[in-house]
Write a protein that binds this ligand. Structure first.
Ligand code: AMP
Length: 496
């Protein structure tokens, strides 16, 4: 099944064109997906008679590869959505790139999704029996079909509510229809999604929805708040302009608990983002400090594996009193290592990406800090590089507890068999990695560092217990109790 972690953006401006700020926001979220990028804007017809059209441009590669100035200028409209896609399993093809644009009986809808549904196969089978045809193999296609089906008989909010009653998994969504932007966060708030306000400096303003607050910062805006789990936010400019009445929100359903993805704090999000009220940088600093408390060791220097280990290593150095050094310099122009085929070239790729600064490690006892170990192949190679350049001892410290189980909810992780820590003792792991000692952060230490109650976090990859039902896996049932609220169009709550 497709597994993906992506970045999404929604924008509604008080006049003007949304494509350029969406492009800038996507560029800021590039770390969330480098495989494909896309922008859809709704093209408001001035005469108000012709139906609203939606124009979409998407392509494979980085945001700046897909969008030239010319292409951006051709996207006209003040409301739009964007997507960066990250997927390492399943087909890497343009049909799977987002936003997904569909034509249904009442018009067009564009959808961009971050997350992963766990009942896609079942829903797809049902829809196919109904005669529906799929052009991509993403779960977003399933969402689009379900939504289009409900939109034929319901208003947009009710249609989303009914759709949410059918889909299970993680989903932060931005949807574009009829010159209206709709943002939705799943009932457990697994993937992040926040709302911000921007101003064009001339009295014009706009609202931004983004996976991470750093995209709002980049636009010179302010973060208003995170979307609540199970919340729908609708932004509808009237005659192309925003007013007090342009925003409304609906709490469509609520879980007894949230299940925010803990891996966003460990690895996925940018450190300068604020997710559900926590600055990721602070969380990572605390993790580093806790690691030093839990796994102190006699050593000379602390070095990160750049870039992912940097903040953790600073925290470790601060708490331990050891000198912080750069054992490696990263070539920032080398992309993700696993896109290079074949074993030999993978080795070359890691070597191209990270080079040891011999003078900083030779003859020294090094504490090497990284954010997480997945398969262990990168860490093992890196360890070899340090020893080759004369490091006397290497003590590996890891900012996450052992990853023992796959993620089904939006982070790309391999199967249990491929996860280094799923079936090995700590000593076997240490021997495989050729480390002199190894220390993973404890789950308690992690929860403490994040500062969110364990009952409101998804710790599936660390515990093997998931907040939604997944065939063959253990489910934490108390988080499943969702009360789907009725929706009364007449009593639509104004935005708060
Ligand atoms: P490895 O243990 O060789 O699989 O590589 C683990 C390293 O990859 C970690 O140190 C992270 O910096 C990074 N990483 C962790 N999770 C992911 C992911 N889902 N996709 C890509 N890279 C990841």
């Amino acid at each position: 099944m497709e597994k993906e972690s992506c970045g999404i953006v929604g924008m509604a401006l008080d006049g003007g064109n949304a494509a350029l700020p969406i492009f800038h926001a996507l560029y800021t979220l590039q770390h969330r997906g480098q495989e494909a990028a896309g922008i859809a804007v709704s093209n408001r017809k001035e005469n108000g008679v012709e139906p609203v059209d939606i124009k979409l441009i998407k392509g494979m590669g980085f945001v700046y590869n897909v969008f030239s100035t010319h292409r951006l200028k051709s996207l006209k409209g003040n409301v739009g959505i964007g997507h960066v896609r990250y997927s390492t399993t399943g087909a890497s093809r343009i049909e799977n790139a987002e936003p997904l644009l569909v034509d249904y009986r009442k018009g067009k809808i564009a959808i961009a999704h971050n997350g992963n549904l766990v009942n896609t196969a079942e829903l797809k089978r049902e829809l196919q029996q109904d005669g529906r045809i799929f052009h991509s193999d993403t779960d977003t296609d399933v969402i689009a079909h379900l939504l289009a089906k409900e939109l034929v008989r319901h208003d947009p909010v009710e249609a989303v509510r009914v759709m949410m009653g059918r889909i299970v998994g993680s989903y932060s969504l931005v949807i574009l229809m009829d010159n209206t932007l709709i943002a939705v966060r799943d009932p457990l708030g697994i993937k992040p999604l926040c709302l911000g306000e921007i101003s064009d400096g001339n009295g014009g303003k706009g609202y931004v929805i983004a996976s991470e607050s750093t995209a709002i910062d980049m636009l010179g805006g302010i973060l208003i708040r995170d979307l609540r789990p199970g919340e729908l936010l609708m932004i509808k400019p009237s005659q192309g302009l925003l007013s007090e009445d342009s925003l409304e929100n609906h709490q469509l359903c609520r879980g007894t608990n949230a299940a925010h993805c803990v891996f966003e704090y460990i690895y996925f999000a940018r450190p300068d983002s604020i997710l559900d009220g926590r600055l990721v940088y602070d969380v990572r600093m605390k993790i580093g400090e806790k690691l030093a408390e839990e796994h102190g060791v006699e050593a000379d220097v602390v070095s990160p594996v750049p870039d992912s280990g940097i903040t953790f290593a600073i925290g470790y150095a601060k708490r331990s009193g050891l000198d912080y050094t750069e054992g490696f310099i990263k070539n920032r122009y080398v992309g993700r290592t696993f896109i290079m085929p074949g074993k030999a070239s993978r080795d070359t790729a890691v070597r191209m990406k990270l080079n040891v600064v011999r003078a900083n490690v030779e003859g020294k006892r090094v504490v090497l800090v990284d954010d997480s170990i997945v398969r262990g192949t990168t860490s093992r190679r890196i360890m070899g590089f340090l020893k080759d350049k004369g490091a006397k001892e290497v003590h590996l410290r890891v900012g996450s507890p052992p990853i023992i189980a796959p993620c089904y909810l939006g982070i790309d992780t391999p199967t249990r068999d491929e996860l280094l820590a799923s079936n090995r003792s700590m000593d076997e792991i240490r021997t495989f990695l050729t480390a002199d000692s190894i220390g993973y952060l404890s789950i308690e230490g992690l929860i403490d560092s994040v500062g969110i109650d364990a009952n409101n976090l998804c710790l599936g990859c660390l515990t093997g217990k998931y907040p939604v039902e997944i065939p063959g896996e253990v489910c934490i049932a108390r988080q499943l109790k969702l009360s789907h609220f009725g929706y009364d169009a007449g009593a639509a709550r104004k935005f708060i």
